[in-house]
Design a protein around this ligand. Structure first.
Ligand SMILES: [Zn+2]
Length: 553
């Protein structure tokens, strides 16, 4: 068992993580502080012992694929250093770094900035500590507030603390070294979230009422993603481009509603209007998925899948609820015999990379799977946290040789799908034509559907998950402006602007490969806003697309 560490009132004491150290600390407090603060400390210590007791009743949960990408915030009693792996910067001035890692050293009850490292970008996940900074007109620091709700003690148990510490020019504490001191330290044990929090103040409603409300929220989230822009005037001039973090919006609304309403167990199915039914089992699965989102233990796409089951919206043969998930095995750069689940035995070839499962039937060359893998690893290399999100969201690509109707998930109505298509939030997989990929023995000059479809999937499975408003606010206006100024074809759908550009940007091989977005230099010169967006999320270092193609084409 481990013990408490930080005590603060007017001054601050740091005690160790062993039982005796806590007793020492307790002794110091008793001897030197006022009665009131000693009582506060004793109470805090008691809370901690209870928390420790609960935690020591150990349980294990499956490893979360996001875990390696989540920054940690720790305090070490040995070094007196509080280390935040990632704090995002919230400032009154623009142009500062988006995020930084920062170490504070505790000295005389104050936190002194020990070192920091700026980050170009705030990672898409796991950067939740905050450093609020205010500068005056001369650029001098007037105040700063560091806060975290994820502090753990290194070498300690998993108790999590909230902590904030501030610097203010009014108090102006400066170390002898001239460094700013954060003297206003406040902390508490962070409350542990539980599923029961969600509906603790909710009222019992009928299954019909719940169904209608979920359906209304679902439709509202979909409708809110409809932009003002006509997607393709030469196709259907009434159809507007849809772009928005629908999975995020729905999750927020669903949590809010579950805070007001719940269902009591019922037998069989309840008939709701429009010949729809709901069952208790469907509601439970929906609520579990909602809870996993609340606890940040699963993807929002998993909630969308269960919401669609609850609402009876699973007509599509490729709906994720109809197919068992593949196990994710780290294969390295190797194709192995597919560990296909029941119903998907068609797939005999399997590899993984960048959090994505790549499968194919016997007719597909091993090198096609590896070429897709190489591309996915490169595409996610600037934002490796994308890999954790993709894996958690069960991203999978199925390769085919003629059209998507070859694949077990789809029937004859997909015969027209000869290139491939993306994986939406509730789909089992994305698809791509293996013979259109470029690899040794298949020196294909032209577009690459695996790269293209991952471009779409970055929207559906990553940006919808992370509520990437930066991207959503920009992508459609940029596409529209490009069509208006003639740099994007008049008959090209706005919804394809990003994925087409991703394809050209990643290959970077000229007009024979991608006519409308041939090279990075071309994109930078003709689509500067789009280029800025591409380089925000995708790697900027050189990549040798399809090594050997220039000699063999
Ligand atoms: Zn597309």
């Amino acid at each position: 068992m481990n013990y408490l560490v930080i005590y603060y009132n007017d001054d601050q004491l740091i005690c160790g993580t062993s039982k005796s150290a806590v007793e020492d600390c307790y002794g110091i407090v008793k001897g030197s502080q006022s009665m009131a603060s000693s009582k506060t400390f004793i109470l805090f210590l008691k809370i901690l012992l209870i928390v420790n007791f609960i935690i020591s009743v150990s349980y294990s949960i499956a490893a979360d694929p996001l875990e390696p990408y989540l920054s940690k915030t720790t305090y070490s009693g040995e070094t007196s250093v509080l280390s935040s792996g990632c704090s995002y910067v919230d400032s009154n001035v623009t142009g500062l770094a988006e995020a930084l890692s920062i170490d504070f050293r505790l000295d005389n009850g104050m936190l002194e900035i020990d070192s920091f490292e700026l980050k170009d970008r705030r990672p898409l996940v796991g950067c939740n500590d905050v450093l609020e900074i205010s500068l005056n007109a001369e650029g001098a620091l007037t105040s700063a507030l560091f806060s975290t709700s994820a502090l753990t003690i290194s070498g300690g148990d998993s108790t999590t603390y909230n902590l904030s510490a501030g610097f203010s020019e009014l108090r102006k504490p400066m170390a002898e070294t001239g460094k700013y001191l954060f003297d206003a330290i406040d902390y508490s044990v962070a409350t542990t979230k539980a599923c029961t929090d969600i509906s603790k103040n909710a009222s019992l409603v009928s299954p019909q009422t719940y169904f209608y409300e979920v359906r209304a929220m679902f439709e509202k989230a979909q409708n809110d993603s409809i932009t003002q822009y006509i997607d393709n005037p030469s196709d259907d001039p009434t159809k507007k481009t849809k772009y928005g973090p629908v999975a995020h919006w729905f999750s927020e609304a669903a949590l809010e509603y579950a805070g007001t309403a719940y269902l009591q167990q019922f037998d069989g199915v309840e008939i709701v209007a429009d010949y729809e039914t709901v069952s208790w089992a469907e509601y439970q699965k929906y609520f579990n998925a909602l809870c996993n989102v609340y606890l940040e233990q699963d993807a929002k796409s998993a909630l969308i899948i269960e919401a669609e089951v609850f609402l009876g919206k699973t007509g599509w043969s490729g709906h994720a609820s109809k197919w068992r998930q593949f196990e994710y095995i780290d294969t390295g750069r190797k194709v192995i015999e597919s560990p296909s689940p029941a119903g998907l035995e068609y797939y005999t070839k399997y590899t993984t990379g960048a959090g994505i499962i790549i499968v194919a039937g016997a007719k597909v060359d091993d090198d096609a799977l590896l070429a897709a893998r190489d591309a996915f690893i490169y595409m996610t290399s600037a934002r490796p946290e994308m890999r954790g999100i993709l894996r958690r969201s069960h991203a999978r690509v199925s390769l085919f040789t003629e059209n998507a109707s070859e694949l077990p998930e789809y029937g004859a109505d997909m015969e027209g799908e000869i290139g491939g298509f993306a994986q939406g939030t509730s789909d089992a997989n994305m698809t791509a034509n293996a013979t259109w990929l470029c690899y040794p023995g298949n020196w294909d000059v032209g577009g690459n559907p695996a790269i293209h479809e991952l471009g779409h999937v970055i929207n559906h499975l990553i940006f919808e998950e992370t509520n990437e408003t930066y991207w959503y606010d920009r992508i459609t206006p940029l596409a529209y402006a490009a069509r208006e100024n003639g740099t994007y074809p008049a008959d090209a759908p706005l919804g394809e602007y990003w994925a087409q550009a991703v394809e050209g940007y990643i290959m970077n091989k000229g007009t024979d490969f991608k006519e409308i977005f041939p090279t990075r230099a071309y994109i930078a010169a003709n689509h500067p806003g789009l280029y800025q967006l591409l380089t925000r999320y995708l790697p900027t270092d050189e990549w040798d697309y399809c090594p050997g193609i220039d000699e063999n084409r």
